[in-house]
Ligand binder design. Structure first.
Ligand SMILES: NC(=O)c1ccc[n+]([C@@H]2O[C@H](COP(=O)([O-])OP(=O)(O)OC[C@H]3O[C@@H](n4cnc5c(N)ncnc54)[C@H](OP(=O)(O)O)[C@@H]3O)[C@@H](O)[C@H]2O)c1
Length: 294
């Protein structure tokens, strides 16, 4: 079947394209003129058809959606903020415009990569994700909404201050509450599988990893796996709350919200998504072993 991927040049996108093309699907990717050239070349090498467009320019979306059976969207402005790209213009209105364009083009199935919500912690990215989820549910298209947990390769990585190889980690909150860290590769696999998995139709799927671990559990696991004693810096929850309440920029506010939500913990029953996606999930233990062997 023919699938349009929006977000193909991000972290998840190339992995989704790889899986879709390996499964024999025809893939079209919406890319921007500014999208990374190396990533565009790699997509073309996989046999992916590139079409230029932009979520902030709804006029570019009907052509991209034309003749496709399914749309998968992973796009987000969080790493490409500025120059017209914002939570409002991309994650909120851009994604809504894509849902509308897909519906009008007769797309049958829309797979949306979303994230978890703690109803007590509201921020602009949550509002955007929930608005798109609602629009999808009432669009008449078959939907699959993947509410993914925190990606271990992002939130347990040096990019966010969690540097086990250099024995220094930053933890948001006191680090005692467990989270169901998930590998982005498993989220990508779920998104790709969803287009041909009957059990994924018209479903909101909470997707976490195989085990729920607190950040302190992860530190202990890394120490036991050979990292040696790790120095922990905590960002206290009140500081995160102050950041959430004080920020005027929507991205800053959203990032504070994400950190606060992490501090509060979030456990997902692996069995629920396991009924739809039967592949084994990457564990934090496996991830740590890979990180320490670099
Ligand atoms: N990180 C986590 O822990 C986590 C957890 C749960 C869910 N998620 C969700 O997972 C999804 C995918 O994440 P990711 O890490 O793959 O994201 P990413 O690496 O930031 O990639 C974002 C993608 O969106 C595209 N994009 C940005 N602005 C666009 C626009 N105006 N029009 C069209 N495309 C645009 C980017 O294209 P360019 O290359 O052109 O910029 C890129 O391909 C996101 O929706 C995120 O909310 C993340």
């Amino acid at each position: 079947m023919k699938v349009l991927l929006v977000g193909a040049t991000g972290l998840l996108g190339p992995e989704i394209c790889r899986r879709l093309t390996a499964a024999g699907h025809q893939v079209r990717a919406l890319v921007r003129p500014t999208s990374d050239r190396g990533k565009r070349t790699a997509l073309t090498a996989l046999g992916v058809e590139l079409t230029e467009g932009d979520l902030t320019n709804p006029a570019t979306l009907p052509r991209a959606c034309g003749g496709v059976h399914a749309v998968i969207s992973t796009a987000s402005s969080t790493h490409s903020h500025g120059g017209g790209n914002s939570i409002e213009s991309v994650d909120h209105h851009g994604q809504l415009a894509l849902v509308d364009a897909a519906r009008q083009a007769g797309v049958e199935h829309f797979v949306f990569v979303s994230f978890r919500e703690n109803p007590r912690i509201q921020f602009p990215l949550t509002a955007a994700k929930r608005a798109v989820e609602q629009a999808l549910k009432s669009s008449g298209m078959t939907y699959t909404i993947i509410q993914a947990s925190y990606f271990m390769e992002v939130w347990l990585s040096p990019a966010l201050g969690f540097d086990i190889a250099n024995r220094k980690v930053r933890i948001y909150g006191d680090g005692t509450r467990p989270l169901s860290w998930v590998s982005y590769r498993d989220v990508a696999r779920a998104a790709a599988d969803a287009v041909s998995e009957p059990a994924a139709r018209n479903l909101v799927i909470e997707l976490g990893g195989p085990d729920a671990l607190s950040p302190r559990d992860v530190v202990r696991m890394a120490e036991a796996a050979g990292a040696g004693p790790i120095v922990v810096e905590n960002v206290p929850e009140p500081a995160l709350e102050a950041q959430l309440n004080g920020a005027t920029d929507l991205l800053q506010k959203s990032f504070a919200g994400l950190m606060l939500q992490y501090a509060g913990g979030d456990v997902i029953d692996p069995a629920s998504a396991g009924r739809v996606f039967r592949f084994p999930r990457t564990s934090v233990r496996d991830y740590i072993a890979t990180e320490l062997s670099r």
